[in-house]
Design a binder for this molecule. Sequence first.
Ligand code: GLU
Length: 455
Amino acid sequence: MVRTRFAPSPTGFLHIGSARTALFSWAFAKHNSGEFILRVEDTDVERSTQESVDSILDAMKWLDLNYDEGPYFQMQRMDRYKEVIQQMLENGTAYYCYCSKEELDKLREEQMANKEKPRYNRKCLNNHNHDTSRKPVVRFKNPTEGSVVWNDLVKGCIEISNSELDDLIIARSDGTPTYNFCVVVDDWDMKITHVTRGDDHVNNTPRQINILQALGAPIPQYAHLPMILRDDGQKMSKRRDPVSVMQYEEMGVLPEALLNYLSRLCWGHGDEEVFSIQQFVEWFNLDNISPSPARFDMKKLFWVNAQHIKAMTNADLLQVLAPRLSKLNLDIDTLDINAILDLVKTRGDNLNVIAQEIAYFYLPQELNPEDVTKHLTDDARKVLSDFAVYVNALTDWSLDAIKALIKEFCAKHNVKMPQLGMSLRLKLCGTTQTPSFDAVIYILGKNNVLDRLAK
Ligand code: GLU
């Protein structure tokens, strides 16, 4: 059974790049009817916070990337790591090292001076006259011969000579296990078959494989995903770019649109651009991921978002708009919200704009003085009050009748339709940017139209 995991460190919000990692990991499990595990790597106690844990979990929930197991927390697994370290000490795949920082610094300087690669010289492995007053660290006994080879599902075959690898410290002198070691024990215990993660972890992989081998554990397959860069090829930065998943929620992006967009960063299915998450799961596997970095194109993301908004049923759209509409204090039931949604759902590439488009039906926007000078002149006001008389006399409140009425009014009063449209829109909605004004009149209903014209 395929088992994948997403293993964020809770040192901040869920980063957009990590969300893509989570998505690929999740989708690969789903595609293979496997299981997806969430593991919180919180052993960096200085930098990990509960707030970050919560915000990562919230973002996963918002994206609807459900996990079959977890969240596991590494800090709750300390006993297990210590148990494995003890076993390794006993079977000789790890050893205590009592060397002081000064000794290690000196060793490094000597090696550098001799143009050798700095690495631990295994003094404590062979020499048992330690200064035992000092608390030792535990080192992994890395193989000295041969190399580590793995067939990365994204990067292809990678081979690292063991002569490049040091005897990694797996437990600090206070007994706490170190990062790479926890990852190894977890991937082993959690029976992970495929490790999908950012390619900043490529350097850790040979060390992790060696430890897994020493433990007699199966070696998972690895897929190291390339970075996501800005559109201009630079690194994304917290200060400059929206890099937190929830910032996209604030910008009115639908989670399914964000996932759709993210899915196409380093992966693709022909020319398909807009698809559902179910469709993605059906198509996705780890074989055809591009090894070069992806570029984040904000415009494209919002275009994809617009397509998803457009394709939603009114009921679904209303549901996702609900928090925004309730913030605007609109009494939705007073107008035909379905008719409004039909008109406005193609008029914006994010939910904030769509909510604003809905809002002016219920509450005219505040007028901007320029529009007033331009479109609500004394003449225009006179036209509008004449128009109100026509509206008042209309008995058949249908779109066709309203269209006919407008035509008739313009002909009789010698008014150009676009001109009437501008001043009407302003009076009715407070903005000249509305859908076709006959439809607006129809939706608002006679009383609202007359009320607003009278104001
Ligand atoms: N905790 C690591 C990170 O957030 C991920 C480690 C892994 O996936 O192996 O970058």
